[in-house]
Design a binder for this molecule. Sequence first.
Ligand SMILES: Cc1ncc(COP(=O)(O)O)c(C=O)c1O
Length: 316
Amino acid sequence: MRSLGGYLELQLSRGEEFYPSLLKLNTGRNAFEYLLRVNRYRLVHVPYYTCEVMLEPLKRLGIAFQYYTIDEQMDPVLDFEVGPDECLLYTNYFGLKQETVVRLSRLFQNLIIDNSQAFFSAPQEGIDTFYSCRKFFGVPDGAYLQINSPQRLKLEQDVSFERFSHLIKSIDLGIETGYEDFINNNVQLSNNPVRRMSALSQKILSGIDYKTCRYRRNSNFMYLHDFLEAHNDYRFDASVINGPMVYPLLTSSLSLKKKLLDKRIYVASYWPNVLEWTTKMMYEHYLTSHLIALPIDHRYTHADMKRMLNILKTSL
Ligand SMILES: Cc1ncc(COP(=O)(O)O)c(C=O)c1O
C-alpha cells in the first residue's frame, strides 16, 4: 500500500508512452544485449558506421563480430552471407532508412534493427528492433525492445536519478552549464547491467506530447531541406520522413562545423570511433568527418532553422 501525505513530489504530466506494449529496458545497447542473450547468435555483422558502445554487449558476452560497409545511400553492401547462427545488425540512420529496414526485413530472418536514431519509425512485424529514448527526449536513459522470441529474461529495475543532473541543471542554469554533467552521466551508462527501465524515465516518457514532437521535427527538417537539398551530397527521399533525429548535411567543407560552433550551434559527430575503425579510403570515414547533423528537434521553430541557414549560407 502506498503512503499518503508528506511533501509534494515533482509533478509530471500523465499520458501514454509511445510504445506501451514493447519491453522497457534501461539502454539501447542493453536492449541489443537482451536480444543476443535470448537468440544466442554466434556471429554478428556490425556496420562500421555505428557507435562504439554497441560493441559493449558483444565483448561482454564474448560473441564474435564482423564489420560490414554501407554504400552512399547508407544501405548495407551485402557481399557476405548471414549464416543460420549469425545475424545482421542495421541502424536506421537518422530515422531516414525505413525503406531499407522494410527491404532487409523481407530478406533476412536473423536481423536486428537499431532504431536508436529513429524513435518514431514503427517496428516491422516479427523483426527484433530496439530504441534508445535519450536521443530524442530529455530522459537519463530508457530503451524499448520488440523481440520476436517469447523467452524473457528476469531483470531488476534500474534507478536513474543519479544520472539526471544535466536534465535539471539545464532548466535552472542553461544547457551549456549542464554539459559536463551530461558527459559524466553518459559515462555512467557504460557497462551497466541489463535492467528494466527506471520508474523516472518511464514517468517522463509517459508525459510527452509525441504528436507535437514529431510534427516539429518534420516541419523543421523540411524547412532546412527546402534550401539545403541543392547543397547536400547525401541524397534521400524526404517525402517519407517520420520525426527524424537530425538533418544530415553532407558537404566537402570541413569548416562548417567550426562556423556553427562559433555561433553556439552544437552538432554531434556520428561517430568518432568510426575514424579509428576505418581507413581514410572508406566511405564511413568520409561520412564521419563530413556529415553535419543539424538539430531539428521539438525545442526549435522555423526561426531557429532560419538562424542556422543564415550561418550556413555564407559558406555553402
Ligand atoms: C546508433 C546507436 N545505437 C545504439 C546506441 C546506444 O544507445 P544507448 O546509449 O541507449 O545504449 C547509440 C548511442 O549511444 C547509437 O548512436
